[in-house]
Design a protein around this ligand. Structure first.
Ligand code: IMP
Length: 428
């Protein structure tokens, strides 16, 4: 792939296997930067026999010498971040000298998790099924202009004042909600001040670093978390996360102009999964649901929750291709379909007497939507050893070509297993 600044975005409901695609592409770049989300993400990467699950640190860290940045669009849980960093160091990676954090990134602190849990409890049957990592409340504070940023840690006295004010504000809110939980302001202050210097020491101007690198002809990957259908604007609102997961968020979330980006790779599973509540039009009935979950090992990397599974939904991915401006697709987990006799692809939705070919913004319509399926033969051969397009069985090639036609995006990569080498570079 000859592009200089590439965005990798999930193009379904997250868990598409972005970690693996970023890991493979990180081979050819100098910088990998996260632009949104926080520790709600769980990017699983296999290197040899080792498995790494990364929540906040970009997957590029597993390659020596790559600079890894967390942009201003991220909500940074500093305690979890250092735990992750220390775990990488303990496994022999010199991670810390290669990591930089935007001074403009907002801190996600323990009280955001308390608020996240409390909000979910209050929602009752209308639960979003959040990861409980405090994401929504941290972005609420950012937009309400009452967040605390990494840059705010420079001034010791000011940082303590902000933390105490936040604790008082959160406690007032908890009292108002009738909750018995409280934030212990002294503990909050001592915990944050204990990591203050270490974190502030890692702060950098991510936009400037990336801008300068691009001018020097270096290559940059902007790593998205979650997926297009979880985008706060373009997803299945309110069953979404609280950030812009789509490619437009990438420029904003690291601090460069959108014209600097020259490719957007949409990662999609060869079928569909979703974790948490909200519509999933192609969801399998039982027992196919459980069968696919076992075949694909579909359990959340962050929460361990079972993922809901369904057929590939071309309406979803066509929509994701448009809102992200996808230049190419990376299809993952093709091998999970190897044993199936027949495959279905949703090409449209039937709502009332009409066929919709556009993903609706109205959740009511989506709930009524009956997918219209096209059936294709399975290949019933292992694809795990395929390394070139021509190694794939004809039925698998036909399935992939049909995905391209229906979504309007060309396939650049096909992943056929968890290992680094189990990938087909269709177009590079
Ligand atoms: P939150 O981001 O924790 O607020 O959760 C909001 C919604 O996004 C829930 O449905 C979560 O299950 C989903 N979600 C958040 N992060 C991920 C992820 O990394 N993969 C898949 N789903 C996610």
């Amino acid at each position: 792939m000859n592009h200089q600044c590439v965005v990798i975005v999930g193009s379904q409901w997250g868990d598409e296997g972005k970690g693996k695609i970023v890991d493979v592409l990180a081979e050819r770049v100098d910088i990998v930067a996260r632009y949104q989300g926080g520790a709600n993400a769980g990017h699983t990467v296999h290197v040899g026999d080792e498995e790494f699950v990364l929540h906040q640190i970009p997957s590029g860290i597993l390659h020596p010498e790559r600079r890894c940045l967390l942009g201003n669009g991220v909500v940074l849980d500093p305690f979890q971040f250092f735990e992750e960093l220390d775990a990488l160091t303990a496994r022999g990676l010199d991670a810390e000298p290669r990591v930089g954090v935007s001074g403009r990134a907002h801190l996600l602190l323990p009280y955001h998790k308390i608020l996240d849990r409390a909000a979910e409890e209050r929602r009752g049957a209308g639960k979003i099924g959040t990861t409980g990592r405090g994401i929504g409340p941290a972005y609420e504070d950012k937009v309400a202009r009452q967040g605390i940023r990494v840059a705010d840690l420079r001034d010791l006295v000011g940082a303590e004042e902000r933390l105490r004010a936040a604790a008082a504000r959160v406690n007032e809110r908890l009292i108002g909600q009738g909750s018995s939980e409280r934030v212990d302001a002294d503990r909050l202050v001592s915990d944050v001040l204990a990591i203050r210097e270490r974190l502030y020491g890692l702060s950098t101007e991510t936009g400037r670093v990336i801008h300068d690198a691009l001018r020097e002809g270096k290559r940059v990957l902007l790593e998205g978390a979650q997926g297009a259908l979880l985008d706060v604007d373009h997803g299945t609102y309110p069953f979404v996360t609280s950030s812009n997961t789509t490619s437009g968020g990438a420029a904003l979330g690291v601090g460069i102009g959108p014209t600097a980006i020259d490719a957007v790779v949409g990662v999609v599973k060869a079928y569909t999964t979703r974790v948490g509540a909200g519509p999933l039009p192609t969801e399998f009935p039982s027992p196919m649901q459980e069968h696919m979950r076992e075949l694909g090992g579909e359990y959340g990397a962050t929460t361990g929750r079972p993922r809901r599974c369904g057929w590939f939904d071309a309406v979803v991915v066509r929509y994701a291709a448009r809102v992200n401006g996808l230049t190419g697709l990376a299809v993952t987990k093709l091998d999970v379909l190897d044993t199936l006799e027949e495959l279905q692809i949703a090409t449209g939705y039937r709502v009332g007497g009409e066929i919709l070919d556009e993903f609706p913004g109205d959740l009511g319509l989506l709930e009524e939507a009956e997918p219209v399926y096209e059936t294709l033969p399975g290949w019933q051969t292992s694809t795990a050893d395929a390394r070139r397009w021509d190694d794939l069985p004809a039925a698998a090639q036909a399935y992939l070509r049909r995905l391209e036609e229906l979504t309007g995006a060309p396939i650049w990569f096909v992943s056929v297993g968890t290992r680094r080498d189990q990938i087909i570079h269709v177009e590079v």
